[in-house]
Design a protein around this ligand. Structure first.
Ligand code: FAD
Length: 311
């Protein structure tokens, strides 16, 4: 049997790395599982990050994550690039199984598994991420000053992103598969009243075009007639939802209706003693690196207090 660790962290994005840094500095010798294929989390799929404080010139996403990891390791955090595939979090001692079948034991667990942006599933989509294709207007809007942009989606997030993007863009076309929006009325009304926003209803993106390594436009398809037309845009924002990575915890932890882990805000305490959650796996409101870092630090402090009280 493996030793019983004080704390095991699942996830190597900003939340997990920050939790590792704080628990390492608290002498808790954290062990972090950072995924076998997606080490460093969501920021490793982008290029320039301009809104992380402390970097006036901006910072490359993968570089920022390498630095976060190195800083945690410097203080003794142990990082394993593997997935946790099974957990039993219900008891006083938590059991976590990695992909080789090894079972790890811990007194406290911090979950920082993030959430995945839903994708269109089209060729070029991943390759052009950070090169005209984006999932986050707050993060990338400023890069699209005076550009023509398309936003895909019909919910509140899509309308809010479209409205936000009109601050920068020359034009924003909202593409939605249905003839009516799902967004709440007040959000819809704001979008309809905006001169810069046009709507392509009953339409979907059929093709993402690439020009010189950047987004070169999209092809729209009418979902009823199948007719296609080119749309000359240099920005594509995909706002069709997110999926929190919580399959592992279903049936053990309380999740909300959308599958996010519920915590006793403003703390990171979950429905099980000794289990804490931070970052995008909890947060469907802000979804920013800096907020993930903030709740990662809070989870570490909550875990530290829990372990101290537990003795
Ligand atoms: P994530 O970064 O998603 O990390 C979660 C990690 O957990 C992943 O590595 C995942 O593989 C791992 N994991 C999941 N399940 C397991 C398991 N079972 N075992 C082991 N590991 C597991 N935010 C900004 O503030 N500024 C930006 O400019 C910005 N740009 C972005 C650009 C893109 C393309 C994307 C996708 C996001 C961007 N964001 C940006 C948002 C930001 O990346 C996220 O808010 C942030 O990364 C969330 O951090 P997290 O630690 O909660 O989760």
């Amino acid at each position: 049997m493996s030793e019983i660790r004080e704390v095991v962290i699942i996830g190597s994005g900003p939340a997990g790395c920050t939790a590792a840094l704080y628990t390492a500095r608290a002498q808790l010798r954290p062990l972090l599982f950072g995924s076998s294929i997606f080490v460093g989390g969501s920021l490793t799929t982008t290029t320039e990050v301009e809104n992380f404080p402390g970097f006036p010139e901006g910072v490359d996403g993968p570089v920022l994550m390498e630095n976060m990891r190195a800083q945690a390791e410097k203080f003794g955090a142990e990082m394993i690039d593997d997935d946790i595939v099974e957990v039993d979090l219900t008891g006083d001692i938590k059991f976590l199984t990695d992909s080789s079948g090894t079972v790890h034991r811990a007194k406290a667990v911090i979950i920082a598994t993030g959430s995945g942006y839903r994708k269109l599933g089209l060729p070029n989509e991943d390759e052009l991420s950070g090169r005209g294709v984006s999932w986050c207007a707050t993060c990338d809007g400023l890069f699209f000053r005076d550009r023509d942009i398309v936003v895909v989606g019909g919910g509140d997030t899509a309308m809010e992103e479209a409205t936000f993007l009109t601050r920068f863009a020359r034009s924003v076309t909202v593409v939605h598969r249905r003839s009516t929006l799902r967004a709440s009325k007040v959000v819809q009304d704001r979008a309809f009243a905006d001169d810069k926003i046009a709507f392509a209803f009953d339409s979907e993106i059929a093709e993402i075009k690439e020009t010189g390594g950047m987004l070169g436009g999209v092809v729209l398809r009418d979902v009823f007639t199948g007719a296609t037309r080119d749309l000359e845009v240099t920005g594509l924002f995909i706002a069709i939802g997110h999926d929190p990575r919580t399959e592992l915890f279903t049936g053990q932890l309380d999740l909300d209706t959308e599958g996010y882990i519920t915590v006793a805000a403003p703390t990171t305490l979950t429905s099980l003693p000794g289990v804490f959650a931070a970052g995008d796996v909890v947060d469907h409101t802000y979804r920013q690196a800096i907020t993930a870092v903030g709740t990662g630090a809070a989870a570490a402090l909550d875990a530290e207090r829990y372990l101290a009280a537990r003795g």
